[in-house]
Design a protein around this ligand. Structure first.
Ligand code: SF4
Length: 395
């Protein structure tokens, strides 16, 4: 849907980043990395929720010593987050991590940059340069008066040059700012200056109340412009929430097809039942199901309800005492209110099985309608909308 910016392709373990690869989601553990058990539990939780790679902080030698087992048992590529220390960077590389986050500008000795670049190159480990408004070089802050978008980009380009002068090109870069317009401008500007894949993030976005909105706007704006190759949502919360939100941002933009897409009306004075309760119950049930990409709609009345329900893979439009169940554009029948959730779940299971079967041979017939793989909802025959009040009595 969006034309993606052309970037160079790198690999973090088995995950391709840039070069038109799917946009990957990452997060960072909040455990002490030297606590291997707790860290691995969190890494696995993040991976289960959809993290493509996970970063761990490596501030001390004990953390670096924990890396071999975490990198081996994590199940997803592990990125070591290093600041200043060439020794910890070298230990992390030796430990078998799949990526490093460090800023070579923090290493005062040019020999150290070469040492890390050579070792990472030999092992095929990429490096993310993480420029951050809060830790920007003082000289740049003085030059620009504050951490402006231009200052972040100047820092990023300088840091990239420090690695590239040693022939190291497996780089991704971030220019994070807690101010959303400044963050957007920084990435836009950087995108015009380099083909290095971009790691998007609004830094210190805060608690979910604010952070969800800031991240959705910051990341969403750039992604809709084709900018961004990998994302990290930063929330003052369980990092699992970061991954869920990252997935939701990508799904909302049509950049990731993963599981169900839930459509529910906000309810209003026309609602024929408690839409909040119905939507909540349906969401709770379908969250536990392993569904292929499909859209499920729950609508509260017969005004917009039948149209939306019909256009989804499965939908319910409520009427007085009963609701009309749709599946793949066909009216399945009227269902009493107290059976709506069960009927929808049963139909979801059926359609999910059909979608899976279709993914093998390209086409499937469901409810008398042939759905051609890849045709999407636009290629589907649908029933004409019948006003719910005109249907047969609820039964
Ligand atoms: S679908 Fe009906 S109940 Fe829901 S918001 Fe629209 S008009 Fe109101």
């Amino acid at each position: 849907m969006y034309e993606r910016r052309k970037t160079r392709l790198i690999h973090v373990g088995g995950v391709a980043v840039g070069g038109g690869s799917p946009i990957s989601i990452q997060s960072m553990t909040t455990t002490k990395t030297d606590n291997v058990d707790e860290t691995l539990i969190q890494v696995h939780a993040l991976a289960t929720q959809g993290a493509d790679m996970v970063r761990v902080a490596v501030p001390h030698e004990g953390d670096a010593k924990a890396l071999p087992i975490i990198a081996r048992e994590g199940g997803v590529p592990i990125i070591a987050d290093i600041h200043f220390s060439v020794r910890l960077a070298m230990m992390s590389i030796e430990a078998g991590v799949h990526g490093l986050r460090l800023n070579p500008g923090n290493m005062r000795n040019p020999k150290h940059i070469k040492e890390v670049a050579d070792a990472a190159k030999e092992r095929g480990i990429p490096i993310r340069i993480g420029v951050n408004a809060g830790s920007l070089d003082k000289k740049l802050v003085e030059k620009y008066g504050r951490p402006t978008a231009e200052a972040l980009v100047e820092s990023a380009l300088y840091e990239i040059s420090l690695l590239e002068e040693h022939g190291f090109r497996d780089i991704k870069v971030s220019v994070k700012h807690q101010n959303v317009p400044e963050m957007i401008n920084a990435y836009r500007l950087l995108a015009t200056q380099t083909d290095v894949p971009l790691h998007l993030g609004v830094t210190e976005a805060g608690t979910p109340k604010q952070g969800i909105v800031k991240s959705a706007i910051g990341l969403g704006t750039l992604l809709a412009e084709g900018i961004g190759d990998t994302i990290r949502v930063s929330l003052t919360a369980d990092p699992v929430e970061e991954v869920k939100l990252g997935k939701q941002i990508l799904k909302s933009l049509g950049l990731k097809e993963d599981g169900f897409d839930f459509v529910a009306c906000p309810s209003c004075g026309r609602a024929e039942l408690d839409v909040f309760a119905l939507a909540g119950e349906v969401e709770a049930r379908i969250e536990k199901m392993d569904l292929p990409p499909m859209q499920i709609a729950v609508m509260g009345c017969e005004v917009n309800g039948p149209g939306e329900a019909r256009d989804a893979d499965i939908g319910i439009a409520a009427g007085p005492g009963r609701g009309l169940l749709f599946s793949k554009g066909k009216q399945i029948g009227w269902v009493p209110h107290d059976r709506l959730v069960d009927a929808l779940i049963e139909e979801a299971e059926k359609v999910a099985a059909e979608i899976r079967a279709a993914s093998g041979d390209g086409a499937v017939t469901t409810g008398g309608v042939t759905v051609v793989k890849g045709a999407g909802r636009a290629g589907r025959k649908v029933d004409p909308i019948v006003p719910i009040g005109m249907g047969p009595p609820a039964g």
